[in-house]
Design a protein around this ligand. Sequence first.
Ligand code: ASP
Length: 439
Amino acid sequence: MKKVVKFGGSSLASAEQFQKVGKIILAEESRKYVVPSAPGKRFSNDIKVTDMLYECYALAETGESFTKELDRIKARYQEIIDGLGMDLSLEEEFAVIEDQFQKKAGTDYAASRGEYLNGIIMAHYLGYEFIDAATVICFMEDGTFDEEKTQEVLSAKLQESEKAVIPGFYGAKPDGSVKTFSRGGSDVTGSLVAKACHADVYENWTDVSGFMVADPRIVKNPAVIDTITYRELRELSYMGATVLHEDAIFPVRKEGIPINIRNTNAPEDRGTFIVESTSKKSEFVITGIAGKKGFTSINIEKDMMNSEIGFGRRVLTVFEENQISFEHMPSGIDTLTVLVHQPEFEEKEQKILSGIHRLCKPDHVELETDLALIAVVGRGMRSTRGTAGRIFSALAHAHVNVKMIDQGSSELNIIIGVSNDDFEEAINAIYHIFVTARI
Ligand code: ASP
């Protein structure tokens, strides 16, 4: 059994958190490769080390003094080292960093030092080998990620190393300059390491006990999802649910390696398993609910539209020409509705409307703003009767007016459009009917 374990910033924010992490890693012989983030927030209005580094480097770049800011970062690491009672000095590392900042080594270099230094501490603490991600995570000259080369270099390196710490978030281009993934990118590093060493599981340790059925900011104490498929996860993350960096899924998915989301502060919890496919039924009919506010619908009416060949194409051409991607397109006999993101649409509203008039010659165009979309997702819906019925009766009881319905052809999701003001109420009503009441 071989596991790759990735720890997020809040799991490594202080010496106390490091101790919990150390215990978790050493509790199982199989936890061979460790991917740490930079120290995150210790309390709610604390600042992440990555953000401190961005701020510090912004000063360096404009030629201003950044000593005070760098000292604060040093203090964050020193607090961890002292708290762990370790005999380790980062003085030389910081001298190099200061020099590189003065030489304007770049924002990516600056940001990556958070993971780099945390990796050194972690390797020292565990007695594992330290592998600088710049030597094994490869980017191309133009900054795009080099999947093939990374797989080759990283797997060769891991074969030589039985237990190692590989800092998350960054790699390097062929000329050696550091390049980071987008924010939250340590998840991606973890996934690449899992793929390269053919891990049995990729454990992603964070500060929640898994992926929840609904957003805890909307539903009080939501249940945790036990097992979710990649496709379900994709539907839910697209609609705003966040736990993992989106790009973290692809490397492990190709290899069929499950991701297990775990809680550093409650290691006894089983967490959520994200898998390619499963015969396991989800505990409830639905797997999860997610949603987003801020959509606009453009309702286009034209007599005999249904027999006018090319009408849909002409409507979509207008959106394409204006570089607006559409979310959904429910249609009636003589009506067609396009749902788009409100802020993007607002910028180009008049151009789009005149385009529709010019190309489609509609009888009537009507706009409705401040809409929210809710996705009810679940592999179990396919084989269960009455799911839609239950959703809509729950919404009716909650006095929520449904403005749009769209069921994906995969029967994996039902998308519901409501007004922004009804968003929270609607999610609670759907959650209640399937999870609390289990009807
Ligand atoms: N430390 C980086 C960030 O704050 C990357 C990560 O934590 O995954 O975005």
